[in-house]
Design a protein around this ligand. Structure first.
Ligand code: GLN
Length: 493
């Protein structure tokens, strides 16, 4: 039997929050209905690593009490799925790794605390590539996640579980982390809106660090409005993250319906023929998106960001270098799993050998090499120079346009196992997302079409620092005109 709560879970988060705020339904009833779907999505898609029914129901009751006492909560009763590399007090955080088995977070990440304060109810923790390292969710130690649009395909990564959970209608909203594309690319593969905020917009406190100079948490939702609502709840200064932007963000929701009239959209010349190729269906969806913006009154110009072709190489040096340092803390002494060995170095060796998966080990080795004496200048420092030049390229490009439009990923979702044996092919899947990450710029992925095989294709809009409100307005135009494609065949009913 379909209940009101089911109808609400099929709709947008802002409608659900309104219904809970108006006390037409209770947050508890919504949480119960969502938990049932979460259980099914766990079985069907492998999207969840931990489900938290008791905590969710207690939190929902608390939301109902706050609503009854007259508090205005923008996300009242909205069930939220949280990527497993973001801490939620009292729940495990494994980041998809065996090395953190048994670790339970002591407190909430700042972004989680803020979403809870806005009324969200955390229902569970979602699967991800181990420590966020991957583009397919296949490097999770706990099995792959299936894309609700085609269960033989990946949901993207590394926030694959969060994306699958929202696409499957288990929850209306999820959060992920994006270091080089991990919110945007799964959004593209699962027909969702995904936001990578300006670096520093969202506090990193409580994120399990991968590459600290790049990591940002961001929302995954089924509409631009829901993504914007979530970001405005998450964003803002935080004294527990020294890289958070001190000024409060202004007007994140103000431009939502402002349209694209008079906006200059840059089509990225370097996206025309990326290394590794561009799927023809992705190319035609790009043309459609450009036409949509043009008929909404935008001007289309061609822009060049000449260092884009070097971004993947620079990213995989810098991200692995930072990871090699960040992951040194998992030594069996302080967090999670511990394996005894001969003496202290034996303990380290045994714990880390058994605890880390092959992709994480590859990256620790790469990153350690790039930082090691004698090679640091040739690899790490050179990559830093590429990063600085790339940021200058973007600044130059934004003299002739207000935002840059390009595909989020060069192809739609690939098959589970297809790229597993070829790390380089996997890394090249990030060709369009890592440039904005390296430059610290905000970028949004918005559903823009389906391939001939009915697989989602997302388009990316990137802008200067702080341009999230503009990106939301442009994303809304594409969302409105590109239309809806209904529920994926693998959605929960
Ligand atoms: N796919 C990229 C990587 O493996 C990006 C991952 C991410 O953003 N966490 O590093």
């Amino acid at each position: 039997m379909t209940t009101d709560f089911d109808l609400l879970l099929d709709g947008p988060a802002h409608d659900l929050a309104e219904a809970v705020s108006a006390r037409r339904v209770s947050a508890r009833e919504v949480a119960e209905a969502s938990l049932a779907r979460v259980g099914r999505s766990r079985e069907l898609h492998g999207a969840f690593l931990h489900v938290a029914p008791a905590a969710a129901l207690a939190a929902a009751d608390e939301v109902d009490r706050r609503v009854a006492s007259g508090e205005a909560l923008p996300l009242a009763g909205v069930p939220l799925a949280v990527k497993d590399n973001i801490n939620v007090a009292g729940l495990p955080s494994t980041a998809g790794s065996r090395i953190l088995e048994g670790f339970v977070a002591a407190d909430d990440a700042t972004c989680v605390a803020r979403l809870k304060a806005a009324g969200c109810v955390v229902v569970g923790k979602t699967s991800c590539d181990e420590f966020g390292m991957g583009s397919s969710n296949e490097s999770s130690a706990f099995g792959p996640v299936k894309n609700p649009w085609d269960l033989t395909r990946v949901p993207g990564g590394s926030s694959g579980g969060s994306a699958a959970a929202v696409a499957a209608f288990a929850v209306p909203l999820a959060i992920g982390t994006d270091t080089g594309g991990s919110v945007r690319q799964p959004a593209s593969f699962c027909s969702l809106v995904g936001v990578k905020p300006t670096y520093g917009r969202v506090s990193r406190y409580g994120l399990l660090a991968y590459a600290s100079s790049l990591d940002q948490a961001g929302p995954l939702a089924r509409s631009v409005r829901d993504a914007a609502l979530a970001l405005s709840a998450m964003a803002g200064p935080d004294e527990r993250d020294s890289t958070s932007i001190p000024a409060a963000p202004r007007g994140l929701l103000d431009r939502l319906e402002a349209g694209a009239a008079g906006v200059r959209i840059g089509l990225l010349a370097e996206a025309e023929a990326p290394e590794g190729g561009l799927d023809p269906d992705v190319g035609s969806v790009l043309d459609t998106a450009a036409r949509i913006l043009e008929s909404a009154g935008a001007t289309i110009v061609r822009v060049s960001v000449p260092r884009v072709p070097f971004a993947v190489a620079a990213y995989y040096i810098l991200a692995t270098a930072e990871a090699s340092s960040n992951l040194a803390r998992y030594d069996g002494v302080r967090y999670g799993a511990r394996r005894e060995g001969d003496g202290l170095s034996g303990l380290y060796r045994a714990t880390r050998s058994a605890g880390f998966g092959p992709e994480v080990k590859r990256r620790i080795l790469l990153g350690t090499f790039a930082l090691s004496s004698g090679y640091r200048e040739a690899w790490y420092e050179r990559a830093q120079r590429v990063r600085a030049l790339l940021a200058l390229d973007f600044a130059e490009a934004f003299r002739s346009c207000d935002a840059i439009l390009c595909p989020t990923a060069p192809e739609p979702a690939f098959r589970i196992g297809e790229k597993g044996a070829d790390p380089l092919a996997m890394y090249l899947a990030d060709v369009f997302t890592v440039p904005a990450s390296l430059a610290g710029l905000p970028a949004l992925s918005v559903p823009a079409g389906l391939s001939r095989e009915r697989l989602p294709i997302g388009m990316q809009l990137a802008g200067p620092e702080g341009s999230e409100p503009l990106l939301f307005a442009l994303g809304r135009e594409i969302e409105r005109a590109a239309g809806a494609w209904g529920r994926p065949p693998g959605a929960i009913r």
